[in-house]
Design a protein around this ligand. Structure first.
Ligand SMILES: C[S@@+](CC[C@H](N)C(=O)[O-])C[C@H]1O[C@@H](n2cnc3c(N)ncnc32)[C@H](O)[C@@H]1O
Length: 285
């Protein structure tokens, strides 16, 4: 599993008015230079459209070095969702998969709402879609699509995100990975999921992307448009401050919050607690 950069967010509150009010936010010189550098590689990746073939992880088969709490929690998830991620994935991917599944499970338990089962599920900003099997296990969708704008990124081993995604979804029925901008993706969905969508500049640069890709208002508006009546948008944010910015943007985009919770105990430790929220579209769009 290639390492993805986990971002730090420090300037959220200061940035929110800019995102909402200004069509072209003002960035520092350093941010613009970094952005231009990332834009070069991003465009090159797009142009190269490189593939080395489907990449399949070597399954670890057995998860070692888990503490007692992790062992217990993973065993409970395995029983409840009939999953064994370690039979398809390397150690880190398997552990991260249990962690994401646990986050979804904890959120739904906290909310006491019935799990949304079946239907069309879209995942926004899927990276290489390493967690496709998590969404399958939790939502049991009739169709699952991961949409990622930077799907052509090439890793150090010469495989691209596309190659990895093809491997991750190979055994999952009715699942696809689409390279493109979700803000331009006009397909109806019963559930839309977004893990850590970008709402401030720092994470965009930390993920080595150009700041032109920071357009949360367009992204959330598209989600509101794509949701079917009674459809649900599920969002996970890094910490309460980022969640507050995202919430404000969602409300402006025509989404209404139904539930939210901060998870203080997760399978993998984090600097900030994830905040999970779910939303419906306020009116037919
Ligand atoms: C913080 S990363 C999270 C990746 C993944 N969801 C995860 O949890 O590992 C955000 C991802 O969203 C993608 N992204 C950003 N804007 C997007 C857009 N408009 N359409 C599709 N993907 C987008 C980025 O390229 C990046 O891979």
């Amino acid at each position: 599993m290639p390492a993805e950069i986990q971002s730090t967010v420090s300037d959220k509150e200061r940035f929110l008015p800019l995102v909402l009010a200004s069509p072209s936010p003002r960035y520092s010189l350093s941010q613009r230079l970094q952005s231009d550098y990332h834009a070069f590689w991003y465009r090159l990746g797009e142009r190269l459209n490189w593939s080395r073939g489907v990449y399949r992880e070597r399954p670890v088969r057995r998860l070692n070095h888990l503490n007692g709490i992790q062992q217990e929690r993973i065993a409970a998830l395995q029983r409840r969702f009939m999953v064994q991620f370690e039979q398809q994935s390397e150690h880190l991917t398997a552990l991260k998969s249990y962690d994401y599944l646990d986050i979804l499970e904890q959120a739904w338990s906290a909310w006491g709402r019935p799990r949304s089962i079946g239907g069309v599920v879209q995942d926004v900003g899927s990276s290489n879609f390493w967690y496709a099997s998590v969404l399958h296990a939790f939502f049991r969708p009739t169709e699952l699509t991961g949409i990622e704008v930077e799907g052509h990124r090439i890793y150090f081993n010469g495989y691209s995100r596309w190659d990895y995604a093809c491997g991750y979804i190979q055994d999952l029925p009715n699942t696809e990975f689409v390279i493109g901008d979700y803000a331009k993706y006009g397909q109806a969905a019963d559930v839309v999921v977004a893990w850590y969508p970008f709402v401030t500049p720092a994470p965009v640069l930390a993920w080595r992307l150009p700041l032109s890709l920071l357009a949360p208002q367009a992204l959330f508006s598209r989600i509101a448009q794509n949701l079917k009546p009674n459809g649900l948008f599920v969002m996970v944010n890094q910490g309460a401050a980022e969640a507050a910015i995202a919430a404000s943007l969602c409300s402006h985009a025509g989404l209404e919050r139904q539930d939210s919770c901060e998870l203080r105990s997760t399978l993998r430790s984090r600097r900030v607690f994830p905040v999970v929220s779910c939303w419906t579209a306020t009116s037919p769009r």
